[in-house]
Design a protein around this ligand. Structure first.
Ligand code: SF4
Length: 693
């Protein structure tokens, strides 16, 4: 009714084009009609109300006053912010080595409205080197809003720390850190309707005051602060965070917020909203291609449809229609299973989408949508299950719309179930399209080697910049050794167990302290671990488990104490939870031993990626295996030297590390690597390592 009142006012306010008859009618006021139509039954309800011009004008001006308060707030804030930016310098007396170069490259990228791919080693201070020039560019009118996007929650706090530091030097800059709905929700389960949730009930009546209170009293809005103000004003914390994002200068969030087809921030990036003068700062960007591939890959399984079909017994017309559609889908899957069995296969890959299946899914969406509407208020026991499948099918249909030559379809049987997947072989085009939502983007990580590969995979083109900044730490503090005397190839694994166990022993006994050893698989790790702990029981060990909850992970890391008087060796999996994103500074970690070159496990999907890139550029094996593997190696190696006071050993074990191919992938700051072929050479190098004396 409010919206209609606005239209009526605008219509009456501009009578120039109205006929004399219309003007005559308007003089006595306007009749506004709202028409509600119940789609299922066709029932129509009309509500009519009369308003005089004066009433409409009063209403409209009231709205403008409320809106004006927000405009005033925004104008005053921007003035204050921009003058503080101009007065605030870099928060340290000097830049670290490489930091200024990165900051300049970021600034130029924003100025030229391009993309930048930056490999910046640990210790350069990349968070500050990306945020600081972006903030400066904002005061010069070069951008409106920054989005700092990360793969993990922990790196979000690093961005908050950088802002806190700049704030302590006088910068006034508003940021909000977003958290996933289920993590910030006050209830056990996020069921967002006013009947169920007291924060949803009346949310819109209270949100404006709540938001103003939040924004006026905070510059750095962490999820904890959002939750505190949401409780105080009894509004939904998730919606409040999103609303705050409209008014803050920087939004800190997950990759999802800009890239996920279902949860990206529609209020900023929807078609029709258009791209603003936004800047994307994308941290730990080596993760982005895989994350986006996962977001844009989808799968539907027979069991989900069959389970509902079996339970849905209702006799009404809408339920009957849904049951028939479910029957059709179930039959499709049964036929598919028979075909695969007849071909003696467990899977089949097709270049195109199966349009028959597509039609069945469209039918399901239609019928399930009608059923969900009908049963919404009846608390039907299957409502949750149907809704979940409806969303999965909707996602499938959505991704189907994007299906092109960068996709393939996989039909397979697995553990008694049958499924159809759309597998995203090459996410680079999708990333490029998502990056168009911003005016400029900076993708940065300590490990983007080789840079041209990452630029291609992360949606860049030859016109986009690349920069590799060497480590600021002194090289002599890291003893870097490649042991090429042991092959860890699959066929050599059995015979490599004993030599690896021995090499670990020699590496960790020269100096007491904490070490991590990374393996390409759990199985390999378990075999070496069994032998090592039996042969050297005097050495304390820890073993990563395939399932570890947050408490167990924290317990594992807590054992890496800097005052540990003995030696502790943690056995972990390369590419797992302990091989990146952990920060064991100082004596908490003095050595990292990496077994193998990190090649992803051979699988049908990895092989499909290999074939795709073989056809595209003849580099399938490198794109599917070598580069992702080497990235994991670099990440694991990067755990040792975290600050300029750190020192330690990085020992790579695999004959392939001695080859030209792998040496060409070593970053520039690895130029001092020593290659050995036996234990005696390892011993003598460690003897000479000044920091292990
Ligand atoms: S409205 Fe907000 S607080 Fe309520 S259930 Fe949904 S997410 Fe949770």
């Amino acid at each position: 009714m409010g919206q209609a009142k606005c239209y009526a006012y605008m219509y009456m306010k501009n009578p120039d084009k109205h006929t004399a008859e219309e003007k005559e009618i308007e003089r006595s006021g306007m009749t506004i009609q709202l028409t509600y139509c119940q789609l299922e039954t066709g029932e129509i309800q009309r509500i009519q109300r009369e308003f005089s011009f004066e009433e409409l004008e009063e209403f409209f001006r009231g709205l403008l006053d409320k809106y004006g308060a927000w405009m005033d707030y925004e104008r005053d804030w921007k003035r204050l912010r921009d003058s503080s930016i101009k007065e605030t310098g870099f928060p340290f007396p000097t830049y670290r080595k490489g930091q200024r170069k990165l900051a300049v490259a970021v600034y130029r990228t924003i100025e030229r409205e391009r993309k930048l791919y930056a490999q910046a080693s640990t210790g350069i201070g990349k968070t500050l080197a990306t945020i600081f020039p972006s903030v400066k560019a904002m005061a010069e009118g070069k951008c409106d809003k920054l989005f700092y996007l990360t793969a993990k929650t922990v790196t979000r706090t690093v961005a908050e720390d950088a802002l806190r530091l700049m704030g302590s030097k006088g910068l006034r800059f508003k940021s909000v850190t977003l958290r996933a709905k289920e993590k910030i929700c006050f209830l056990d389960e996020a069921i967002c309707n006013p009947e169920h949730c007291p924060y949803a009930k009346g949310h819109y009546d209270r949100i404006n005051d709540a938001l103003l209170d939040l924004l006026e009293n905070n510059d750095l809005i962490t999820p904890e602060i959002t939750a505190e103000y949401a409780k105080k004003h009894r509004v939904c914390p998730h919606e409040m965070g999103l609303d705050a994002a409209l008014w803050t200068d920087l939004v800190i969030g997950d990759y999802n917020h800009a890239f996920d087809p279902n949860v990206y921030l529609k209020r900023f990036f929807s078609d029709g909203v258009g791209s603003g003068d936004y800047i994307f700062l994308i941290d730990e960007a080596h993760n982005l291609a895989d994350r986006v591939r996962d977001m844009y890959t989808c799968r539907l399984e027979k069991s989900a449809f069959y389970n509902i079909k079996k339970k849905l017994k209702d006799k009404n017309k809408v339920a009957g229609k849904l049951r028939r559609t479910l029957d059709g889908i179930n039959r499709y899957f049964i036929d598919l299973r028979k075909e695969l069995e007849a071909q003696e296969k467990t899977s089949r890959v097709e270049a195109d989408r199966d349009m028959v299946f597509n039609m069945l899914i469209m039918g399901f969406l239609n019928d399930a949508g009608q059923w969900l509407t009908q049963e919404k208020l009846n608390a039907h026991e299957l409502h949750g299950e149907v809704l979940e499948l409806y969303f999965d099918a909707m996602n499938f249909a959505l991704i189907g719309e994007l299906y092109d030559e960068h996709y393939c379809s996989i039909k397979e049987t697995c553990r008694g179930d049958v499924s159809v997947s759309y597998f995203c072989l090459d996410p680079s085009g999708i990333i490029a399209r998502c990056l168009e939502r911003a005016k400029a983007a900076v993708m940065f990580s300590a490990t983007l080697t080789p840079l041209p590969y990452f630029r291609e995979m992360l949606g860049g083109s030859e016109e986009d910049g690349m920069i590799a900044l060497p480590s600021p730490f002194r090289r002599e503090r890291m003893m870097l050794i490649a042991h090429r005397g042991i092959s860890t190839k699959y066929i050599d694994r059995e015979r490599s167990v004993a030599p690896i166990s021995r090499a670990i022993y020699e590496a960790v006994t020269k100096k007491k302290g904490n070490y991590l050893v990374f393996f390409p698989s759990y199985e390999y790790m378990s075999r070496v671990y069994a032998l090592f702990s039996q042969a050297f029981p005097e050495i304390n060990t820890l073993l990563q488990q395939s399932t570890m909850d947050e408490e167990e992970r924290a317990g594992f890391l807590a054992a890496f104490d800097e005052d540990n008087p003995e030696t502790l060796v943690g056995f972990c999996v390369l590419g797992g939870i302990f091989s990146e994103g952990i920060d064991l500074k100082g004596d908490r970690l003095i050595g990292s031993i990496i077994v193998g070159v990190g090649l992803p496990k051979l699988s049908m999907r990895q092989e499909l990626i290999r074939e795709y890139f073989d056809q595209k550029n003849g580099m399938g094996f490198d794109y599917a295996y070598v580069y992702p593997g080497m990235n994991k190696v670099l990440q694991a190696a990067g755990r040792v030297i975290r600050t300029e006071e750190d020192y330690g050993l990085v020992l790579l074990i695999d004959s392939r590390f001695g080859t030209k191919k792998y040496r060409s992938l070593f970053p520039e700051h690895w130029s001092h690597i020593k290659t050995i072929k036996d234990i005696s050479e390892l011993k003598s190098l460690l003897e000479d390592f000044a920091y292990f004396k």
